[in-house]
Write a new protein. Sequence first.
Length: 144
Amino acid sequence: MTETNTSRRARILLSALVVILGAYWAGARYGPRQPSKVEALPRSAATDAQRDAPLSTDESINVRIYRQASAAVANILTKATEYDFFMDPVPVEGAGSGFVIDSRGYILTNFHVVQEAQSIEVVLGDQSSTWRNSSAPTSVTTSP
């Protein structure tokens, strides 16, 4: 009787393991994906004035400084390929931010934003300029 119970338990555990691994594989392969396009909404002077009306003096100063600096903010979108448990390629998208630090267009961001990226897209905060690179970054400078 104990051998029969042991083999029955082993079959049940093996069946459960197969179902769990099958569900994991199906979820990884056919599950939800990241959005394909991310963009900011355009600003208009009329809506800015309406929003700024109830602000205090200090708040309006902060908002003005933000609006002046926001054109230098860069939205950085990355794409890479990872492999799931069954070695199937899974596209992975990431996002981060940085800012333009000089007139040559250098952008300062954290290394983890571009680490292992296979393609990079940079969109400036005012949506005026987009830069795409379909290969890994050619140079990354780090500081201690």
